[in-house]
Design a protein around this ligand. Structure first.
Ligand code: URA
Length: 210
């Protein structure tokens, strides 16, 4: 697999993902697991962020200590399921700025159409992490990343819980500069655009809708 695609094979991530996939897992448990797993995935997607140093006093002496460089990160949630990943990530990066992108699929053209976009200022100076639990066809993810580029973002990463090979291929083709972090690349997409084996509709499972 291409080095821009990271599958987080940590045992805790894989264990929690299995619990989330099981159809009998309750909405409450699904939400709790999503929160926990998003923390672990956020740890991986932020690997390699630039550091600088700052002079501080410990109780024992002065030292030059590492801190994150540059402006606060921007987390961009693709509505609505992306919001389920936000809570856990914000626990780890509480100062991050947050944006939202809403896209729906045009029934005729099947192409994503934007209905909402509100993102932090100065995206060009921030690391931007676009989040959506399911990278299925990749059309909405690729469109959301393109929107961020149109707003000036230059340093973008994509975080999802599950990916289909088709979605990974679409993203690699449209945005080869954008690294992808996921907990699994599943087998395939079915005729309805669901990831198989997958976990069903991520939005329905996290929000208890049907
Ligand atoms: N979106 C979902 O919620 N689930 C899938 O399997 C694919 C897209």
């Amino acid at each position: 697999m291409d080095e821009q695609v990271t599958v987080v094979d940590h045992p805790l991530v894989q264990h929690k993902l299995t619990l989330m996939r099981a159809k009998d897992t309750s909405t409450a448990s699904f939400r709790q697991l999503l929160r926990e797993i998003s923390l672990l995935l956020a740890y991986e997607v932020t690997r390699g962020l630039d550091l600088t140093t700052k002079r501080i006093d410990t109780p024992l002496c002065e030292m030059e200590a590492p801190i994150l460089e540059g402006k606060k990160l921007a987390l961009i949630s693709i509505l609505r399921a992306g919001n389920g990943l936000l809570d856990g990530i914000l626990e780890l990066i509480p100062a991050a700025r947050v944006g939202f992108v809403g896209l729906y699929r045009d029934p005729e053209t099947l192409q994503p159409v934007q209905y909402y976009c509100k993102v932090p200022s100065e995206l060009e100076d921030r690391t931007v992490i676009v989040v959506d639990p399911m990278l299925a066809t990749g059309n909405s993810s690729a469109a959301a990343v393109q929107l961020m580029k149109d707003q000036g973002a230059k340093n973008i990463r994509f975080l999802c819980l599950l990916a289909a090979p088709e979605g990974v291929a679409r993203m690699r083709e449209a945005h080869p500069d954008v690294p992808i972090v996921t907990a699994s690349i599943d087998d395939h997409l079915n005729d309805h655009g669901y990831i198989v084996p997958g976990l069903g509709d991520a939005g329905d499972r996290m929000f208890g809708t049907k």
